[in-house]
Design a protein around this ligand. Structure first.
Ligand code: GAL
Length: 423
């Protein structure tokens, strides 16, 4: 299959599962940088522009391979087809265990010379290096650290209902009741499996504490997975159903964010890419919106990192690939890009001066959590377990949220069974 047919095939798969087809990619030349990515929302595109401009100044033209679809599911389908067809992109945005799979399959190139020269091992959190390196080879470049245990709140709505920051799950429910009474949708949710799974990441950590989250999702400890605490986590997730609007099913994450921006909803539980949408709408942290850690998870960072996996490419494309890696790891790009994106720099040595109050909190939180052992990979976002297990998780959580799995007891049993089957 040639390159274009491959893209068409994956576009058809993507369309079949409800995503927008990717734009045709252009083969990269010597002074080109090609990146497959799913950064197509307003905030995401604005952040990506920082990287494009930086590389343009260095004389590189940007060859975008955008595959719309939040969370990157459609992008990963496209990537798989391109790699299988022997025509991988120069680089691809990628999450956690997906990168490890491609590395193990021998598909990735390394940028060891750059990594050594700039001593990346010193400036990146150790936890991330499990995903950026394989057998000591640097083959994925982390441009940021996102975290999923955030709540994004419309400040004016909060003032109108007389709300304050919820410190535990019961207070969260009480706050949402206030919004409901005032006729505002309490919780803006995009009812897609990956988004519901993100919500459940936070609910689990809030219900059982971060130690429990780690036992269940990082260690896949049988006792934790089958515990009453997990059942309570599902009960808590079920409680949240009462606070979403009737049209939530299938909604894109950025449309849910827009509901909060406009004041049609009080809050969204979402990774800090949501902040990028507030920013492009010219809304300011502290003045127009507020960021809280999901109640009961302050002090913990449930992270995902956007990495660029470096694929094996013809020698003629190598300069572009190295330029992308170099730019993405530069302090200047990590500062400017992440201030717009909502994430925090992957490099721990980037000053927080360019960041708003939420970004400053995000940077401090990562440092604290990294030191305290509470910097933990997101199960929803492929940083706790390999793709097959993460997918099983998405599946059970979404079936439960939408009522296909009826009780929390069944959900606990199904989750354990599906994880075992996916191992
Ligand atoms: C995440 C990714 C973010 C953001 C989000 C929504 O997987 O890490 O950068 O793009 O999806 O598309």
């Amino acid at each position: 299959m040639n390159f274009r047919n491959l893209l068409m095939a994956s576009a058809m798969t993507a369309a079949a599962i409800g995503f927008v087809a990717p734009a045709p990619a252009v083969a990269a030349g010597a002074k080109d940088v090609q990146l497959l990515n799913w950064w197509t929302s307003g905030g995401e595109a604005a952040a990506l522009d920082v990287l494009k401009q930086y590389l343009a100044k260095e004389g590189y033209a940007w060859k975008d391979v955008p595959v719309a679809g939040g969370g990157g599911e459609a992008a990963m389908t496209t990537l798989k087809a391109m790699v299988a067809g022997g025509d991988p992109p120069m680089a691809s945005q990628i999450l956690g265990y997906f990168a490890l799979d491609y590395a193990e399959a021998g598909k990735l190139a390394n940028v060891n010379s750059l990594a050594k020269k700039e001593d990346w091992a010193k400036v990146l959190p150790t936890a991330l290096q499990k995903f950026t390196t394989t057998d000591g080879n640097w083959d994925a470049i982390p441009i940021n650290i996102h975290s999923v245990n955030w709540i994004w709140v419309n400040k004016a709505v909060m003032a109108k209902i007389g709300g304050t920051e919820p410190k535990n799950f019961a207070e969260l429910i009480a706050l949402m009741d206030k919004a409901k009474k005032a006729g505002v949708t309490p919780l803006a949710l995009g009812g897609q499996p990956w988004q519901e799974a993100i919500l459940f990441d936070s609910v689990v950590a809030s219900t059982g504490g971060i130690g429990f989250y780690k036992k269940a999702f990082i260690d896949l400890d049988e006792t934790a997975l089958k515990s009453d605490t997990m059942k309570t986590a599902f009960d808590n997730l079920a409680k949240l159903r009462a606070y979403v609007d009737p049209n939530y099913a299938g909604r894109d994450w950025n449309l849910a964010t827009a509901m909060v921006i406009k004041g049609d909803a009080l809050m969204q539980v979402m990774g800090d890419w949501a902040k990028g949408e507030f920013k492009v709408a010219h809304k300011e942290a502290g003045a127009d919106f507020l960021c809280y850690r999901f109640p009961g998870t302050d002090g913990s960072v449930i992270y995902n990192t956007d990495m660029f996996a470096m694929f094996k490419v013809p020698e003629s494309q190598r300069a572009g690939q190295l330029a992308l890696a170099d730019a993405s790891m530069s302090v200047a790009v990590q500062s400017a890009f992440n201030a717009i994106k909502g994430s925090v720099p992957a490099r721990m040595d980037v000053p927080d001066t360019a960041f708003d109050m939420c970004g400053k909190k995000g940077i401090a939180d990562v440092k604290k959590a990294n030191a305290a052992g509470t910097f933990v990979g997101s199960m929803a976002q492929n940083y706790a377990q390999p793709p097959a297990i993460a997918e099983a998780y998405h599946d059970v959580v979404t079936k439960f949220f939408h009522g296909e799995i009826k009780t929390s007891t069944e959900a606990v049993a199904d989750l354990y069974k599906s994880i075992e089957a996916a191992k």
